[in-house]
Design a protein around this ligand. Structure first.
Ligand SMILES: [Zn+2]
Ligand SMILES: [Zn+2]
Ligand SMILES: [Zn+2]
Length: 98
């Protein structure tokens, strides 16, 4: 095993059993990945956490996928699927005002 990977963030070498994440041209160890990166549930892109949005149900999306499928409720500000938005308002808010 001489093709060791070096973590781009912390400089750690990959251990024998340790798989590193490939992020673009660089490798990231699991610890740094947890700290700084996340995986989009929709397109599986690996992106820095500030480019990933975590929904209340724990799923994570990049901004590209989000703008296609999700939007903010105009009323409660929650990120919800565009399918449940009517006039920009989520189902929960609509029922509340019924
Ligand atoms: Zn690292
Ligand atoms: Zn995505
Ligand atoms: Zn709402």
């Amino acid at each position: 095993m001489d093709n060791k990977n070096i973590c781009y963030e912390c400089g750690k070498e990959s251990g024998y059993h340790e798989g590193f994440w490939e992020v673009g041209d660089v490798h990231i160890c699991n610890e740094c990945f947890d700290k700084f990166y996340a995986l989009c549930d929709e397109c599986y892109a690996i992106l820095p956490k500030d480019k990933i949005v975590t929904l209340p149900d724990g799923s994570q999306f990049c901004r590209d996928c989000l703008s296609e499928d999700y939007d903010l409720c105009a009323d409660c500000g929650q990120l919800v699927s565009k399918k449940v938005l009517v006039n920009g308002v989520c189902q929960m808010c609509r029922e509340y005002y019924k």
